[in-house]
Design a protein around this ligand. Structure first.
Ligand code: DQA
Length: 153
């Protein structure tokens, strides 16, 4: 099983960015933790980060032609306003899980809305790096029940 992990705008700055909200792990640390969990779960993760909305949209579009069974996305601030990213995710036929390092619902009001929720199976927020790891477990679970379902159908 292959799972695509998408990191959005400003997330390359994890480790140097508002540690009270985001902790001290760098994006490389997060990707390493994801790779370790992927090995444990016997699946493959591919990671991608961009600060450019169009580049992210194009990466999601490419996923339509790839052998990918689920997506985990932390879209950063795009979460709160990018209908373009939501529409791109909506084209995918695989489950999408939204994750956030910080507890967005305990922060400023503009962070309480996610325009991505409508295209996501669920979300995990507020658990630091564990949000990603829980998100990966959730995505793998959803993908394997879909695969099972397709075998039964
Ligand atoms: C974030 C939360 C967003 O509100 C913020 O814009 C980010 C990071 C998180 O992981 O907690 O850039 O997605």
């Amino acid at each position: 099983m292959n799972i695509l992990i998408l990191h959005g705008v400003n997330l390359n700055m994890f480790g140097r960015r508002n540690p009270a909200y985001y902790g001290t792990a760098t994006l490389d640390d997060i990707n390493t933790a994801l790779q370790n969990l992927a090995r444990e779960l016997d699946l493959r993760v591919v990671t991608f980060q961009s600060n450019h909305e169009g580049e992210m949209v194009e990466r999601i579009q490419r996923a339509m032609d790839e052998d990918i069974q689920a997506v985990v996305i932390n879209a950063g601030a795009w979460t709160h306003y990018s209908h373009a990213i939501a529409d791109a995710l909506d084209m995918l036929e695989v489950p999408v899980v939204e994750v956030h390092i910080s507890h967005v619902h305990a922060r400023e009001a503009f962070r309480h809305e996610s325009v991505l929720s409508r295209v996501c199976a669920g979300s995990v927020e507020g658990f630091g790096v564990d949000s990603y790891l829980l998100g990966l477990r959730a995505a793998a679970g959803l993908a394997s029940s879909r695969l099972l379902q397709n075998t039964v159908d």
